[in-house]
Design a protein around this ligand. Structure first.
Ligand code: NAD
Ligand code: UGA
Length: 458
């Protein structure tokens, strides 16, 4: 890389924004521009109120913004000036036509390819940062190489493995960086150019180079394996509840086997987030399109168990609240799909809230960062729901609390005060197993964890 090299990132979302902020902070010699079609989002990136909540993100943005990090809506100029273009646009599940509900919707992706083609005046490296079906780079290359100006575009796959809530830590100290490219002199040179950027702060031995298709497929596979672990332990949580085994004890016992490992074995109300479900469904779709139906069925079951776990959580509530929640105030503690993010995409809380609303419960949602998103997610049904930033007020007069997100603040509430303000008998359904169940039981709550025996007075 030369001192003057210029990176453009198309897509200023949860991945594009933090990833480019980190590259700019670590590489002051590289000018980094991030563009988006969403003007409000770009305005927020240029303000003190960033469009996403991510611990540590403000600090990293402040180091570089205005120095060598710029947020803009001028895609055309950005493309013209760039040596390297990262594409980090959304690739959601298709909602229409062939593959609806399964395949990735590549319309935003394809549009960027055409924009790059239209506005380029010199050779460029194009980096797939979005998560994409295996062999997407082939389509990108076909579009870009249809140019008649004799320009060369080298396409590289550099999937992102950060998790929300820990994005800055994950970017600063990643387990690995994966860069896939063609096994040709140009392909290897493009791969090296991207590797050199990361090598500014990531040890070389953690930078993995592979062929393009392996890199694309590794991203979908990594998410499928991570989600599979959660569905595996969640399936066992149901068996624990039936047998008086304790899912945390089982997870600890198996996780100490170094071949299994301890992480991602936390039973819960179900995994959420913008990627696990969409990426597994995409994998399922790809497998079916290659005629690999048994493989597709295998991975589809990971999503099926997750849907079932969410429904099972509401069933447990109903069964233990005298088979009716109609007219009862129920406080959902947390709505984000995990702690330390305001993101609610595919949060288990959405399914739980909808099922409780269908049972005519009076749902009250509290969350320190996600109330605006929660309102948006519930659409028409938001009018039937109360949104309350203060958990004490949310629980006031409630029959039950259901913990949806493991925000640490819910661990340190004064539960004697909470209990005194609730209807009796009072219930806690801990969808994250984060509260002190024994203590809650001792002060008078009926407590229903995931994958453990309930502690009940009634
Ligand atoms: P996002 O929806 O937050 O951001 C995508 C952005 O791209 C949006 O702001 C959108 O306006 C913009 N965009 C779409 N088309 C555009 C165009 N033609 N020109 C300019 N901007 C355009 O999505 P995200 O969460 O950042 O995810 C992006 C990709 O990264 C997805 O493929 C996702 O699967 C993958 N990914 C996400 C995460 C995560 O934690 N969110 C982690 C790893 C990988
Ligand atoms: C996940 C992956 O962890 C990232 O590596 C990947 O880059 C990203 O998807 C992506 O491609 O978007 P993310 O969805 O942000 O990251 O968050 P996770 O920490 O993976 O949590 C996902 C869901 O699983 C959350 O709802 C979380 O509460 C749940 N979870 C996680 C459990 O229920 N149990 C666990 O043991 C771990």
């Amino acid at each position: 890389m030369t001192q003057t090299s210029h990176i453009l990132c198309i897509g200023a979302g949860y991945v594009g924004g933090p990833t480019m902020a980190m590259i700019a902070a670590k590489c002051p010699h590289i000018r980094v521009t991030v563009v988006d079609i969403n003007e409000a989002r770009i305005a927020a990136w240029n303000s003190d109120d960033l469009p996403i909540y991510e611990p540590g993100l403000d600090t990293v943005v402040k180091i570089a913004r205005g120095r060598n990090l710029f947020f803009s809506t001028d895609t055309e100029a950005g493309i013209r000036d760039a040596d390297i273009i990262f594409v980090s646009v959304n690739t959601p599940t298709k909602t229409f036509g062939q593959g609806a509900g399964r395949a990735a919707d590549l319309q935003y992706w394809e549009k960027t390819a055409r924009q790059i083609l239209a506005h380029s005046t010199r050779n460029k490296i194009v980096v797939e940062k979005s998560t994409l079906p295996v062999r997407t780079a082939q389509a990108m290359e076909r579009i870009l190489n249809s140019n008649t100006a004799g320009l060369r575009f080298d396409v590289v796959s550099n999937p992102e493995f950060l998790a929300e809530g820990t994005a800055i830590k994950d970017l600063e100290d990643p387990d690995r960086i994966l860069i896939g490219g063609h096994e040709t002199p140009d392909g290897r040179a493009a791969r090296k150019a991207i590797a050199d950027i990361y090598a500014t702060w990531v040890p070389r031995e953690r930078i993995i180079e592979s062929n393009l298709w392996s890199a694309e497929l590794s991203k979908l596979t990594a998410n499928a394996f991570l989600a599979q672990r959660i569905s595996s332990i969640n399936s066992i949580s149901a068996l624990c509840e039936a047998t008086e085994a304790d899912v945390d004890e089982v997870a600890y016992a198996i996780g100490t086997d170094s071949r299994i490992g301890a992480r991602f074995l936390k039973a819960s109300v179900g995994f959420g987030g913008s990627c696990f479900k969409k990426d597994i469904l995409n994998l399922v779709y790809i497998c079916r399109s290659y005629g690999l139906n048994e493989v597709a069925d295998y991975w589809e079951s990971v999503v099926a168990i997750n849907d079932w776990q969410q429904a099972r959580f509401v069933q447990t509530m109903l069964a233990n609240m005298f088979n009716t929640v109609a007219g009862k105030r129920i406080a959902l503690f947390g709505f984000a799909f995990k702690a330390d993010t305001g993101d609610t995409r595919e949060s288990a809380a959405i399914a739980v809230a909808r099922q409780l609303i269908a049972e005519r419960a009076h749902v009250v949602i509290t969350d320190p960062k996600a109330l605006d998103n929660a309102r948006h997610d519930l659409g028409d049904q938001a009018a039937l729901v109360e949104f309350e930033p203060d958990p004490y007020r949310a629980a006031h007069g409630a029959h039950a609390i259901a913990v949806m997100t493991e925000w640490s603040l819910y661990r340190s509430l004064d539960y004697a005060r909470v209990l005194a303000s609730m209807e009796q008998p009072a219930f806690v359904f801990d969808g994250r197993n984060v509260l002190d169940h024994r203590r809650l039981f001792e002060i008078g709550f009926n407590v229903f964890p995931v994958g453990k025996s309930p502690l009940r007075h009634v």
